[in-house]
Design a protein around this ligand. Structure first.
Ligand code: GLC
Ligand code: CA
Length: 552
C-alpha cells in the first residue's frame, strides 16, 4: 500500500493461473503445483510480476476450489504445503510474487466448521454460518435464488433451520457478523502472508457485508467496516497487493474500496464492461450483441473515475469469462491480429493488466455440442433451471459456448502433441482440438507471435512511466470501429489506435495528435507518424510515442 504511483504492482503485469487446467505433472489429468513450477520459466519470459493463483486449498471441488474445506492446507490433487512453499520460492527467484485467492464469503459444506455447525444450534461453529427459521409454511425463509441455480436456502432437518448458500448448497455463506469468525479469517490470512505470499485476490468480497433480513447481499451496510478491520488486522504495513472481486461495484462505489486513504484494498476487479452485454433475464447464457461504443464508454469512464485516486485493474478474461479473442476479437482468420489488438488496448491504459492463462497465445473458446462435456457447476445448475423454464438444450449450449465458464477452463495448450502436452493421462475436461495449431511451442517459435507481442507489452510497462502514470484522454469516443486514446505524462505523449473490426478502416486522426514519433508496438508494419488519416488493416493496432506534435 502506498500513496504513490510506481509501486511494484503498478509497474507489473499479473497472470492468472487456474491450477486444475494449467499443467499436470503426474498424469492424473488434473493440473497441479509441481506442474506450475515446471512452467515458471515461461512466465518469467513473458515478463509478468505476479501470479494470481486460483484456489489451491483443500476442497471437495464442487466449484473447483471455490469451496474450501481447509484454509490451511493444499488440495492433495494439487500437491502439498511443501510444494506450495517451493512454488513461492521458485517464483520469487524469477521476480514473480504469488497472490492467493481468498475465498471467505463462504466455505465448503465439508469444512469442519460447517460439519459441526449443522449438528446443533449449541456449538460455537453454528453461528459461523447464516441460519434462518423456515417460513410459516415450512418453506425457505425467502425467495433468494442461488447463483448456480435453485433456492439459496437449504434445509437441515436435524436442527430445523435453513442455511444460506448464496452460490450453491455446497458453499454455505460464512456469518461475518460473528467476531469470532472474523478473527479466524484474519488469523488464517496472516498465516499465509507470513509464508511469503505477495497478496490476495478476494473472491466476491462485496458480499461479506450483507444484511440478509433486509434482502441486501451485494455491498451491504457492513462491508467497508469489515474491510477496514481486515486491513488493520492483516494487511497493514505489508508490501503486498490486494484486489477485490465485485460484480456489483460501480463507478459510484469504486473509491470506497480502493481510495488510497481508506485503508481497504488496492484495486477491484469490476465487471461493468461484462454485464453490459448480458441479458436482463437470462443473464450470461443469452448474451447481447457486442457494441464497441458501449465497451469504450464503460472502460473510459472507469479510467476517469480512478484517474486521481484508487487504481484500475485491466482485464477482459478470467476463469469465469469466455476467451477474449472469441468474445471481442476474431477466433478465425484474424485470430492473431485481434489477440494482439485486444492486448494492446487493455495493457496500455492506466491500471494493472491481468493476463489469463492461454491468453498470451490467443487460446479460443471451446465448442462443445453435448451437455455432458461441460464440467462447470454454474453451467450445469443453470442448465437445469433454464430447461425447466422452457429453453431448448440447443439454445442453452449455444449460450454456454459463447459465455460459459468452461470456455476458459479447457487445458492450457502447451504443444501440438496428444492432450496438448497438458497431461499424459485423461484430462478432467476435454482439450480444445485446435491445440494442433494453437499452442505455446508454436506461438513462441514465431517472432511475430502473440506471445512476443505480450512480452513487448510487459516490457514497455516496466520501462515507460507514461504507461503506469500518464493521464488517459479518450479519442474518437463515438467511433464504432476504432478504440483510441492518448496517454500524457509531462512532455511525453503516447497514442494508442486500434481497429476493433474485421474490415479495413480509415481513421481520421485528430489534429492535435498528428506528428512524428517512434513506434512502441505494432501488430502490423511499424508506424511512426500520424497524418490526416490512418488506414488501418483489419484488427490492426499500434502505439506511437510522439516526439513532435503537428500543431494545426
Ligand atoms: C467468484 C469466482 C467464481 C466462483 C464464485 C464463488 O466469482 O471467480 O469462480 O464460482 O466466486 O466462489
Ligand atoms: Ca496432476
Amino acid at each position: 500500500m502506498t500513496n504513490q504511483d510506481g509501486v511494484w504492482w503498478q509497474t507489473s503485469t499479473g497472470y492468472q493461473i487456474y491450477p486444475r487446467s494449467f499443467c499436470d505433472s503426474n498424469g492424473d489429468g488434473i493440473g497441479d503445483i509441481p506442474g506450475i513450477v515446471s512452467k515458471l520459466d515461461h512466465l518469467r519470459d513473458l515478463g509478468i510480476g505476479f501470479i494470481w493463483l486460483s484456489p489451491v486449498y483443500r476442497s471437495p471441488m464442487a466449484d473447483n476450489g471455490y469451496d474450501i474445506s481447509d484454509y490451511r492446507d493444499i488440495a492433495p490433487e494439487f500437491g502439498t504445503l511443501g510444494d506450495f512453499d517451493r512454488l513461492v520460492a521458485e517464483a520469487k527467484a524469477r521476480g514473480i510474487g504469488i497472490v492467493m485467492d481468498l475465498v471467505v464469503n463462504h466455505s465448503s459444506s465439508d469444512h469442519a466448521w460447517f460439519r459441526a455447525a449443522r449438528t446443533s444450534r449449541n456449538v460455537p461453529e453454528h453461528d459461523f454460518y447464516v441460519w434462518r427459521d423456515p417460513a410459516p409454511d415450512g418453506g425457505p425463509p425467502s425467495a433468494h435464488q442461488a447463483s448456480f441455480g435453485g433456492s439459496a436456502w437449504n434445509y437441515v432437518p436435524e436442527i430445523g433451520q435453513y442455511y444460506l448458500g448464496h452460490f450453491s448448497a455446497a458453499q454455505p455463506d460464512l456469518n461475518w457478523q460473528n467476531p469470532a469468525l472474523r478473527a479466524e479469517i484474519y488469523d488464517m490470512m496472516n498465516w499465509w502472508l507470513d509464508r511469503g505470499i505477495a497478496g490476495f485476490r478476494m473472491d466476491v468480497i462485496s458480499l461479506i457485508g450483507k444484511d440478509v433480513d433486509a434482502g441486501i447481499y451485494e455491498e451491504g451496510p457492513y462491508l467497508h467496516g469489515f474491510l477496514q478491520e481486515m486491513h488493520r488486522e492483516t494487511l497493514a504495513g505489508r508490501d503486498i497487493v490486494t484486489i477485490g472481486e465485485s460484480w456489483s461495484v460501480s463507478r459510484e462505489t469504486a473509491l470506497l474500496y480502493c481510495g488510497r486513504e481508506r485503508a481497504e484494498l488496492d484495486m477491484v476487479f469490476q465487471f461493468n464492461h461484462v454485464t453490459a452485454f448480458e441479458d436482463e433475464v437470462f443473464g450470461k447464457f443469452r448474451p447481447k450483441p457486442f457494441d464497441l461504443v458501449r465497451l469504450k464508454t464503460v472502460l473510459f469512464d472507469w479510467q476517469e473515475t480512478l484517474a486521481e485516486d484508487g487504481w484500475n485493474s485491466l482485464f477482459l478474461s478470467n476463469h469465469d469469462l469466455p476467451r477474449q479473442v472469441s468474445k471481442y476479437g476474431d477466433d478465425g482468420p484474424h485470430r492473431v491480429a485481434s489477440a494482439k489488438m485486444l492486448a494492446t488496448v487493455m495493457h496500455l491504459m492506466k491500471g494493472t493488466p491481468f493476463v489469463y492463462q492461454g491468453e498470451e497465445i490467443g487460446m479460443t473458446n471451446a465448442a462443445f455440442t453435448r451437455i455432458d462435456q461441460f464440467r462447470d457447476i454454474e453451467t450445469l445448475g443453470k442448465y437445469a433451471d433454464q430447461i425447466a423454464a422452457g429453453v431448448t438444450p440447443e439454445d442453452f449450449i449455444r449460450g454456454a459456448n459463447e459465455n460459459g465458464r468452461d470456455n476458459a477452463r479447457t487445458p492450457m495448450q502447451w504443444t501440438d502433441a496428444d492432450q496438448a502436452g497438458f497431461t499424459t493421462g485423461a484430462p478432467w475436461i476435454e482439450v480444445n482440438p485446435n491445440h494442433v495449431t494453437i499452442n505455446v511451442a508454436t506461438d513462441r517459435a514465431d517472432p511475430n507471435g502473440i506471445f512476443a507481442h505480450y512480452r513487448r507489452l510487459t516490457d514497455l510497462r516496466r520501462n515507460l512511466p507514461v504507461i503506469v502514470s500518464g493521464r488517459l484522454r479518450p479519442l474518437a469516443k463515438d467511433d464504432s470501429t476504432v478504440f483510441a486514446y492518448l496517454r500524457e505524462l509531462g512532455d511525453t505523449r503516447m497514442i494508442v489506435i486500434a481497429n476493433f473490426t474485421a474490415a479495413p478502416v480509415d481513421f481520421s486522426v485528430p489534429v492535435d495528435i498528428r506528428g512524428d514519433g517512434s513506434c512502441l508496438i505494432a501488430s502490423h508494419a511499424p508506424r511512426s507518424s500520424l497524418g490526416e488519416t490512418l488506414a488501418l488493416a483489419p484488427f490492426e493496432s499500434v502505439a506511437i510515442q510522439l516526439t513532435t506534435a503537428g500543431k494545426p
